[in-house]
Write a protein that binds this ligand. Structure first.
Ligand code: RB5
Length: 143
């Protein structure tokens, strides 16, 4: 299950992402928002809360740059959020970091690139092995 959220700056990109998920038959929870203006930390908290509770295993957070969302998301326990502006980062943040939240900026990526980043992020598996030890070290930092 994917939980998705955006602030006002990325409301239209959120609709594009929802259409992508429907095309791929990937179930999702839309955490909003259609309010304008809105505060991205609140949306990040709601989406990441779905991961923490086990309702979702992946989050997609969208704002103007993707950066504010990632900063807020990474304050939450168990969340590994990555801002991706191209597919190389989307691939390796899954392979090496086991990222569970993808952040994108609606003022940074266009629709075509956003779809390619989604494809890469959602369909790349964590490599495990030596990378698991480093993920465990990140979890230690949360304590
Ligand atoms: C909203 O104007 C903008 O600050 C927000 O969407 C985001 O880019 C913050 O990181």
């Amino acid at each position: 299950m994917v939980a998705i959220g955006s602030d006002h700056a990325a409301a239209s990109l959120r609709q594009i992402v929802k259409q992508y998920l429907e095309d791929q038959e990937i179930p999702y929870i839309d955490c909003g928002t259609d309010e304008s203006p809105s505060d991205y930390p609140e949306i990040a908290k709601t989406v990441c809360g779905k991961i923490q509770s086990g309702e979702a295993d992946t989050g997609i957070l969208l704002c103007g740059t993707g950066i504010g969302m990632s900063m807020a998301a990474n304050k939450m326990k168990g969340i590994r959020a990555a801002v991706c502006t191209e597919t190389y980062s989307a691939k390796y943040t899954r392979l090496h970091n086991d990222a569970n939240v993808l952040c994108m900026g609606a003022r940074v990526v266009g629709e075509g690139l956003a779809r390619e980043i989604l494809d890469t992020f959602l369909f790349t598996e964590f490599e495990g092995g030596r990378h698991q030890r480093r993920i465990d070290m990140i979890a230690e930092l949360e304590k």
